[in-house]
Design a protein around this ligand. Sequence first.
Ligand SMILES: Nc1ncnc2c1ncn2[C@@H]1O[C@H](COP(=O)(O)OP(=O)(O)OP(=O)(O)O)[C@@H](O)[C@H]1O
Ligand SMILES: [Mg+2]
Length: 249
Amino acid sequence: MENTLTLHHVSASYDGKAVLEDISLEIPAHGITAIIGPSGCGKSTLLRCMNGMLREEKGTGISGEILLGGQDIQKMEPEQLRRRVGLVFQTPAPFPFSIYRNMTYALRYYGVRDKKELDRQVREKLEMAGLYEEVSQELDKSAHKLSGGQQQRLCIARALTVEPEVLLLDEPCSALDVKSSSVIERMLVQLKERYTIVIVTHNIAQARRISDHVAFLFGGRLVEFGTTAQIFSEPREEQTRDFLEGIYG
Ligand SMILES: Nc1ncnc2c1ncn2[C@@H]1O[C@H](COP(=O)(O)OP(=O)(O)OP(=O)(O)O)[C@@H](O)[C@H]1O
Ligand SMILES: [Mg+2]
C-alpha cells in the first residue's frame, strides 16, 4: 500500500555492536504508530533507519530491507528518500533565519520560486501545525525568538512543506509543558488523515491517547506490535506488561 513503511528483518549496529536485531514491522498508512521502550533500546536508531540517515553515518551497519510503498529505500536517492520520509528531532532546531525563510527553505531548494505559491505553502503548513494564527503577523521574526513549543511546531510545519508521505517524530514533546504538548497531540491526530506518522515517545499516556498502533522495543528487539487498544488492554508479552506497569520505565 502507498505510504506504508515495511521493515523485513532489519538489524543495525554501531561499530560492530548490535543495537537493533531482526526487526520486522509494518507501519500502517494514515495512522499514528507509537514506538515505546526504555532508554537505549534503539528507538531513535530505528527512526534513523527509516529515513536512511543511519546508513550514511560512520561506523554503522544495517541489514534487512525497508520498503516504502513497496519500494526498497536503499535503491532511492538519499535526497528523494528524505523528501518522502521526514524526520523531526527531539530538540527543535529551526534554522537561524526568519520564520518565513525556515518555511520556504526546502521549497526554494527544490526550485519553487513563485512568491504566491511560496506564501500559500507557508500559510497552509503553518495552519496545519496550528501555528499560523500565532505568527502570521511576524513571519519576518527570527525563528529562534519563538517559544520551545512554537519552535517544535515550526519544525513540524517545515518538515511538511515538502509533502512527505511519512513523518517521523523523535520525542517531539519531551521538552514541552502539558499545554504545548496537547497542541502538538491534536495537530498530529489531524495530520494522520494525510500523512503516515511514527512517533517515539517516553510518555505512555501520550502513546495511549494519540496512537493507533504501538511497537514496544526492548534491548534492540521488537517485543510486540499491535493496536493501541490491544497493547494496553491485553499485551501478549510479559515484558510489555511489565514495561507498561512501570517496572522498566
Ligand atoms: N552514534 C552512536 N554511536 C554508537 N552507539 C550509539 C550511537 N547512537 C546510539 N548508540 C547506542 O545504540 C543504542 C540505542 O540508542 P538509541 O539512541 O537508538 O536509543 P533510544 O531508545 O532512542 O534511547 P532514548 O530513549 O534514551 O532516546 C544505545 O545503546 C546507544 O548507546
Ligand atoms: Mg532516542
